[in-house]
Design a protein around this ligand. Structure first.
Ligand code: HEC
Length: 101
C-alpha cells in the first residue's frame, strides 16, 4: 500500500513536470507567434491538435522547411529551432493537450 502511494506521487510529479516543460518551451520559443486557442501569426494549438499527429507536429517543429508543403502551406515563415528531443516531445504533448479546447 505504501509503495503504491509513493508510485502514485512519483507518477503525478512526473506528469506535472512534463507539462511544465512543454509550457516553458512554449513561453520561450512559440508564444510570439502561436496562442493556445486563438489565431495569432501562426495557427492556434487547439486547431493543430485537432488535425495532426504527435509525429507530424514534431516533424514540423524540427523542420518547417521540409514539412510545409505536405501540411498544405504555400510557404513557411516559421522560425526553425534546434530543440532537443525532450523539448520537442514536451511541446508536442503540450500542443496535443489543447485538443478539443
Ligand atoms: C516567427 C513566428 C513563429 C514562431 C516563433 C513559431 N511558429 Fe509555428 N508557425 C508559424 C506560422 C506562420 C505557421 C504556418 C505555416 C508556416 O509559416 O510555417 C506555423 C505553423 C506551425 C505548425 C504546423 C501547423 C499546422 O498546420 O498543423 C506547428 C506544429 C507549429 N507551427 C509549431 C510551433 C512551435 C511548437 C513553436 C515553438 C517551438 C513555433 N511553432 C514557433 C509561426 C511561428
Amino acid at each position: 500500500m505504501k509503495k503504491y502511494l509513493l508510485l502514485t506521487i512519483l507518477l503525478h510529479s512526473y506528469i506535472y513536470a512534463s507539462q511544465v516543460d512543454g509550457k516553458n518551451v512554449f513561453e520561450t520559443y512559440c508564444w510570439g507567434c502561436h496562442h493556445q486557442t486563438a489565431m495569432a501569426f501562426g495557427p492556434p494549438f487547439n486547431e493543430i491538435a485537432s488535425k495532426r499527429t504527435k509525429a507530424e507536429i514534431e516533424a514540423y517543429i524540427a523542420s518547417p522547411k521540409s514539412m510545409y508543403k505536405s501540411f498544405g502551406y504555400k510557404r513557411t515563415v516559421m522560425t526553425q529551432f534546434n530543440l532537443n528531443d525532450k523539448e520537442r516531445d514536451s511541446i508536442a504533448e503540450y500542443i496535443l493537450s489543447y485538443k478539443g479546447k
